[in-house]
Design a protein around this ligand. Structure first.
Ligand code: NAD
Length: 448
C-alpha cells in the first residue's frame, strides 16, 4: 500500500518505519526542516531501541522516504496517517490545532479516495472535526472526491515501541464505513497472529478507548503510590503487599510498582484531557482528578524523604542522581519526575551531579541554563562519574544498568553511603548488610 504518515515524532516515525518493514511504500512528513534533513542523513530525532537500524534498512530498500511537503505526497496515497502532537492547551484540554491544521492541508491536496487515519490521541468527536476540515477544503476546490476518516489509536510504549508496534496485543480501529474498515484490516492483518486481535468499533468508541486505557494505567500507578505512602506511615513493606496483590490474577503485576509518579508525553496530558472532556459534558470525574492529584504530589515524595533526613536547607550538600528520562529505554524527559526532584534539590541549596544512559543531550537543552552556569547541576557521561564526594545517591529512573550496580565501587567513591531509591530497585536487607542507609518508597518499615 502507499502510505503517508504526517508527523515524524515518536509515534509517526515508528509507525512509518514499521509499515515500511512490512513492504509498504511509506513517506513520513514533518514541518520541521531540521528533523527531515537529519533523517535524510540517517540521524534520528529520538532515541528508541532498534529504530535506527529499522529506518536505515527501509530507506536503503527504497520503502521509506522523508519530506516536508504534504502537497508532493498526498496524490495516490491509499492511507494518510495523522500522527502530530496533541499537547495540553492552557486549560488542560487536548490542543487540536496541529491535527486540524493537517486535516486542512490534506483537504487542500486530496484528489482521490483515501483513508485518513487519526493516529494521534484525540478526544471523542475529533474525527468529525477532521472530516469537516477536509470537506471544507474539497468544497472550496469544487471536488467531489470521497474519503473516510478512521480512528486508530496507538498503544506503543516508548522504550519498546517497535516490539509493541510489530506485535501489538490488539489493534483498535474505529470506522464508520466497511470499505475503510477493510482497508485498515488488510494493512494490519500481518501484525496480529489472531484476526480477533483487530477490534473494529465505532469511531467515538475508538477515540474513547485510548483515553480509557491510559487513564486505567495511570490509575493503577497512582493507586499503588497512595498505598505505598500509607505503608510508610503504618510500618508496612509495600513490596510484600505488591507481591501479595499482584499474584491475584484479577489484579496482575503490571503498573503496580510504587515510585515517583508517572511522567512522559502521554499519561499526564491524557488524564488532564479526559478530565476536561468530562467537565465539558458537565460530569465531575472524581477518580481521574484524584489520580492526577496523587501523581502531582508523588513527584515530591522522594524529595520529602531527603528533607526528613537532612532538613530543608541542603546548602553545601551534593547529590548524585541516576536517571533523568521519565522511564527507562527512552530519552524523553517530558513531565519527568527527575525535573521536579532536581528543581527541589537545587532550590534547597544542593548541588547535583546527574547521569542518564540516553537523556544527557536532551537534559542539556531542556533544563534551565543557569543551573549549569552557576554550577548547581553537572551532567556526566558515565554512571560512576556521579559519585566522588557526594552525600547521597538519588535513583529516579530504573534503567537496567542501575539494577545491580557495583555497590563496593560505589562505597569507595561516595562520601556518605546513603541511597534514596524512587524505584525500589534494591533489597533493603542487602543494602543494610553492605552498609548503606537505604530509603525507598513505601518501605520505611524495612529501612532499619
Ligand atoms: N509518544 C508516545 O509514546 C505515544 C504513544 C501513543 C500515542 N501517542 C500520541 O501520538 C501523538 C504524537 O505523539 P508523539 O510523541 O509522536 O509527538 P512528537 O511531539 O514526538 O511528534 C510530533 C511531530 O509532529 C510534527 N508536526 C507538527 N505539526 C505538523 C504538521 N502540520 N505537519 C507535519 N508535521 C507536524 C512535529 O514537528 C513533531 O515532529 C500524540 O497525540 C500522542 O498523544 C504518543
Amino acid at each position: 500500500m502507499k502510505i503517508v504518515v504526517i508527523g515524524t515524532g515518536y509515534v509517526g516515525l515508528v509507525t512509518g518505519a514499521c509499515f515500511a518493514e512490512r513492504g509498504n511504500k511509506v513517506t513520513c512528513v514533518d514541518i520541521d526542516d531540521t528533523k527531515i534533513n537529519n533523517l535524510h542523513k540517517g540521524i534520528l530525532p529520538i532515541y528508541e531501541p532498534g529504530l535506527e537500524d529499522l529506518v536505515k534498512t527501509n530507506v536503503e530498500q527504497e520503502r521509506l522516504f522523508f519530506t516536508t511537503s504534504i502537497a508532493d505526497v498526498i496524490d495516490g496515497a491509499d492511507l494518510i496517517f495523522i500522527a502530530v502532537g496533541t499537547p495540553p492547551g492552557e486549560d488542560g484540554s487536548a490542543d487540536l490545532q496541529y491535527v486540524l491544521g493537517v486535516a486542512s492541508d490534506i483537504g487542500k491536496h486530496l484528489t482521490d479516495y483515501a483513508v485518513i487515519v487519526d493516529k494521534s490521541t484525540v478526544p471523542v468527536g475529533t474525527a468529525d472535526a477532521v472530516t469537516a476540515k477536509i470537506q471544507v477544503e474539497l468544497d472550496k476546490r469544487k471536488l467531489d472526491t470521497t474519503f473516510d476518516v478512521v480512528s486508530n489509536p496507538e498503544f506503543l510504549k516508548e522504550g519498546a515501541a517497535i516490539e509493541d508496534f510489530m506485535r501489538p496485543d490488539r489493534v483498535v480501529i474505529g470506522a464508520a464505513s466497511d470499505k475503510a474498515a477493510e482497508i485498515m484490516n488488510d494493512l494490519y492483518k500481518s501484525f496480529v497472529p489472531n484476526y480477533q486481535d483487530i477490534i473494529i468499533m465505532g469511531i467515538r468508541d475508538a477515540e474513547m478507548t485510548k483515553y480509557t486505557a491510559n487513564s486505567m494505567l495511570a490509575t493503577k500507578i497512582s493507586f499503588m503510590n497512595e498505598i505505598a505512602n500509607l505503608c510508610d506511615i503504618l510500618g508496612v513493606d509495600v513490596e510484600n503487599v505488591r507481591q501479595g496483590i499482584g499474584s491475584d490474577r484479577r489484579i496482575g503485576f503490571s503498573f503496580i510498582y510504587p515510585g515517583c509518579g508517572y511522567g512522559g508525553s502521554c499519561f499526564p496530558k491524557d488524564i488532564q484531557a479526559l478530565i476536561r472532556t468530562a467537565n465539558s459534558a458537565n460530569y465531575d470525574a472524581i477518580i481521574l482528578k484524584a489520580v492526577e492529584q496523587r501523581n502531582n504530589l508523588q513527584k515530591y515524595r522522594l524529595f520529602e524523604k531527603i528533607v526528613d533526613r537532612y532538613g530543608k536547607d541542603l546548602s553545601g550538600m551534593t547529590f548524585a542522581l541516576w536517571g533523568l528520562s521519565f522511564k527507562p529505554g527512552t530519552d524523553d524527559m517530558r513531565e519527568a519526575p527527575s525535573k521536579i526532584i532536581l528543581h527541589e534539590l537545587i532550590a534547597a541549596g544542593a548541588k547535583v551531579v546527574a547521569y542518564d544512559p540516553a537523556s544527557i543531550e536532551i537534559a542539556r537543552k531542556e533544563l534551565p541554563k543557569e543551573w549549569f552556569e552557576h554550577g548547581h547541576l553537572k551532567l556526566v557521561e558515565h554512571q560512576y562519574e556521579v559519585f566522588p564526594d557526594v552525600d547521597a545517591l538519588v535513583l529516579v529512573t530504573d534503567w537496567k544498568s542501575f539494577n545491580t550496580p557495583d555497590f563496593e565501587r560505589m562505597k569507595d567513591l561516595m562520601k556518605s553511603h546513603v541511597i534514596f531509591d524512587g524505584r525500589n530497585q534494591y533489597q533493603p536487607k542487602l543494602m543494610h548488610k553492605l552498609g548503606f542507609s537505604y530509603l525507598s518508597i513505601g518501605r520505611d518499615a524495612t529501612n532499619g
